[in-house]
Design a protein around this ligand. Structure first.
Ligand code: COA
Ligand code: NAD
Length: 682
């Protein structure tokens, strides 16, 4: 839209929902700019967006398609704006991200609403800014502030960045009027319009800052080519401007087709897709304003914080006053810590805590729209809780269990209303972890499932729906993966070999370090519960049980697979652990051999992909990409590797099948091969 008022042409970007800069919008911007430039009534130009978005940047859906390269490309639009002989001022409200911010950087002035959020999140998509961002931003705010924004990829509020050199003004009132005033001011000065390109960064300073950031890159950042490329590109801002742009372009084009960038784009899409139920399961969610959480332990308090942070009223219920007081204290401590760390304003913390009520009186559940149970992981305890809840909750309230492994239907059967029951499987810490598995029981009503998904979005989580099966999606895959890693111990690897190989490919932690951290007794208890039904012909590695029998329960007991001194993990496992592993190999008649890191990585991925295929065939997961979202959001799988499904789809199918068959042979009785068709279908 182009509106001319009082000598200023306001060009309003109009590509809902977030003004991504697809080809059609780019074309419209250039056309309107040209119209404004030839109109004698126009002295200045304002580029504006909507309240929600100035622009969320390049159209991610266009990446890898010819449209991305169809003229006018974004850098052409940016160049046209910069070269305009009438001053162009960007009016920033909502988000100005990626290419959206790059467009604003090329303007002669920028005025932002205090609440506007700006950022260059390209690294989160495996890219660097490709339309001048790495050259103009350091010139405007200095290399340190520019790198901080680009390396984090996180948007910052305009209010925070006022005074950084990015904005001519940060306003609270009428944004477009302020931008129009600025455009007329620039038109009236008679001086050349300010342009980022005309500034000259100091070469030695840029180099020092780039080197310092390069030295500080995290191991997981080093595994992703975009981070190094970003530093290279910023280093080029000391070159003559057009040479710097050229260098940025080369680096951008190298990254665009990279496996990491493809995987990150895939995750971007899959995460958004996951929040939507498939067509046959869609329904209008029930309204939820009041939530009750039962159990004020680790999970209950985390869920409470997540719900308070989302603006909900929360009632926290415990079985006794002492446990309730401990839980309440944990929540207060959390908010106090956030305030002290400067992460939360005291007024917001107070508001959140005001919305929290605590009780041991079950009758108070009557007000809740949704009840989430987070008590001990024992079926009888949970069934008793649900029986009681059934007696107090109002008709139509949604009843959820946070069980990790128990049968949601068996819990629902304790109520008179199994249609209102579902699983909401949060991950620890529940106020931090993004993943939420929304579990559909056999009788769960469609609007109850939809309510669980909507709650997940409200809590700013990534909800993934799944069927009711042991371990749901995440723990099922994780168990298959961990089992395969245990086989590798018997075959010849030490725990540290496995852990190193997997962290080297980007896992947050290896499986044996994770087991130590969560406590080996959790798995031990479950193994003991399953012992009676375990087929003796199944390949079973008993090392974990033997460690527990020795009192090595993991980090909390000072030893597990590793030993811990002052909380610091040993780099290698000790002779005791190695002895147990060697005995396991001997008992199975295996001659131990060295297993290379790439074999370890491949076997771990194969095990996960096979289990994913099984989950799809069983209908526990309904979309292949959901599995990848679960692994990335809940289990530390490297996001830039896409996930086990993404990985499997890039393998040669024949090789994949041959390797899986070998894996099945080596695992022996009970190993079920998944059908790869659904997994590999794109
Ligand atoms: N290109 C294309 N589509 C985009 C987009 C982009 N850059 N940014 C967002 N969208 C789409 C989303 O896919 C979603 O579409 P859908 O509803 O069909 O799934 C819709 O816009 C809304 O996005 P969503 O993330 O669900 O909404 P939100 O209000 O939570 O967040 C943003 C809005 C803009 C903050 C967020 O989408 C975002 O950060 N986008 C990415 C920005 C980015 O990385 N830009 C640089 C590209 S190199
Ligand atoms: P926890 O032991 O820290 O807390 C459980 C709380 O429930 C305790 O405070 C206890 O007093 C309370 N409680 C027990 N019986 C009760 C009853 N009848 N009525 C009211 N309150 C009762 O346990 P947790 O780690 O928070 O786990 C809770 C649930 O969440 C379990 O089902 C667990 O499997 C699941 N879960 C845990 C994790 C995790 O990492 N801890 C992750 C996902 C899911």
């Amino acid at each position: 839209m182009l509106t001319i008022y009082n000598g200023v042409a306001v060009i309003t970007l109009d590509n809902p929902p977030v003004n991504s800069l697809g080809h059609a919008l780019r074309e419209r911007i250039v056309q309107r700019l040209e119209a404004a430039l030839v109109d004698p009534a126009v002295r200045g130009i304002v580029l504006a967006g909507t309240d929600k978005a100035f622009s969320a940047g390049a159209d991610v859906a266009e990446f890898g398609t010819p449209l991305q390269f169809q003229e006018p490309m974004l850098r052409g639009v940016v160049a046209a704006v910069e070269a305009s002989h009438k001053p162009v001022v960007a009016a920033l409200a909502g988000v100005a991200l990626g290419g959206g911010l790059e467009l604003a950087l090329a303007c002669h002035g920028r005025v932002a609403l205090e609440s506007a959020r700006v950022g260059l999140p390209e690294v989160t998509l495996g890219l660097i800014p490709g339309s001048g961002g790495t050259q103009r931003l350091p010139r405007l705010v200095g290399p340190e502030a520019a790198l901080a924004l680009m390396l984090s990829g996180e948007p910052r509020s305009a209010k925070d960045l006022a005074g950084s050199g990015l904005f001519d003004a940060v306003v609270a009132g009428d944004l477009v009027a302020a931008a129009m005033r600025r455009a007329l001011e620039l038109a009236d000065t008679g001086a050349p319009f300010p342009r980022a390109r005309d500034r000259h960064p100091e070469a030695a300073q840029v180099q020092t800052i780039v080197d310092a950031h390069r030295a500080k890159l995290q191991p997981r950042q080093r595994l992703q080519p975009a981070y190094g490329a970003l530093l290279d590109s910023v280093a080029a801002c000391v070159l003559p401007f057009d040479e710097g742009l050229q260098r940025e372009r080369e680096l951008f084009l190298e990254l665009l087709p990279s496996a990491a960038a493809q995987a990150l784009r895939y995750q971007f899409k899959a995460e958004r897709e996951a929040t939507r139920l498939p067509a046959d399961l869609q329904a209008a969610p029930r309204p939820v304003a009041r939530v009750a959480v039962i159990g004020a332990g680790t999970m209950g308090t985390g869920i409470t914080i997540a719900a308070l942070d989302a603006g909900l009223q929360v009632l926290l219920l415990e079985q006794d006053e002492a446990a309730l007081a401990r839980g309440r204290q944990r929540i207060s401590d959390h908010y106090r810590g956030r305030v002290t760390a400067g992460k939360l304003k005291v007024i917001m913390a107070a508001d959140n805590e005001t919305r929290l009520a605590i009780t041991t009186d079950w009758a108070r559940l009557a007000d809740a729209d949704l009840v989430i149970e987070a008590v001990f992981e024992e079926l009888a305890v949970k069934q008793q809780v649900f029986r009681t809840v059934d007696g107090y909750a109002r008709q139509g309230a949604v009843l959820a269990t946070n069980t990790s492994y128990l049968d949601v239907d068996a819990i629902a059967a304790a109520t008179s209303r199994p249609q209102d029951v579902l699983g909401l499987h949060f991950f620890s810490p529940a106020n931090v972890m993004k993943l939420l598995e929304v579990v559909r029981g056999a009788n769960t009503a469609p609007d109850v499932l939809a309510t669980g998904m909507a709650l997940g979005v409200k809590l700013k989580k990534t909800p993934v729906h799944c069927g009711n099966a042991f371990g749901f999606i995440g723990n099922r895959i994780y168990n298959a993966y961990r089992r395969q890693c245990e086989f590798m111990l018997e075959d010849g690897a030490w725990p540290e070999n496995v852990d190193h190989a997997l962290t080297a490919m980007g896992f947050a932690m290896g499986p044996f370090a994770v087991a130590d951290l969560s406590g080996l007794d959790i798995a031990w208890r479950m193994r003991k519960a399953q012992a009676a039904t375990r087929d003796p012909r199944e390949r079973y590695v008993a090392v974990l049980d033997q460690l527990c029998e020795q009192g090595r329960l993991g980090r909390k007991s000072g030893a597990g697979y590793y030993t811990y001194t002052d909380g610091k993990q040993s780099t290698t496992t000790d002779s005791n652990v190695r002895g147990l592993i060697e005995q396991a190999s001997l008992a199975r008649g295996i001659t131990r051999r060295e297993i290379a890191a790439d074999e370890i990585q491949r076997r771990a991925l194969l095990a996960m992909a096979n289990e994913a295929a099984r989950l799809l065939a069983e209908g526990v997961a309904s979309r292949p990409a959901d599995v990848d979202v679960v692994l990335v959001q809940g289990y530390g799988f490297p996001r830039w590797e896409g996930g086990p499904v993404f990985w499997a789809r890039r393998q040669d199918r024949q090789r994949l099948e041959a390797e899986l068959q070998q894996m099945a042979r080596e695992a022996g009785h009970g190993f079920v091969l998944g059908n790869l068709d659904a997994l590999l279908a794109q």
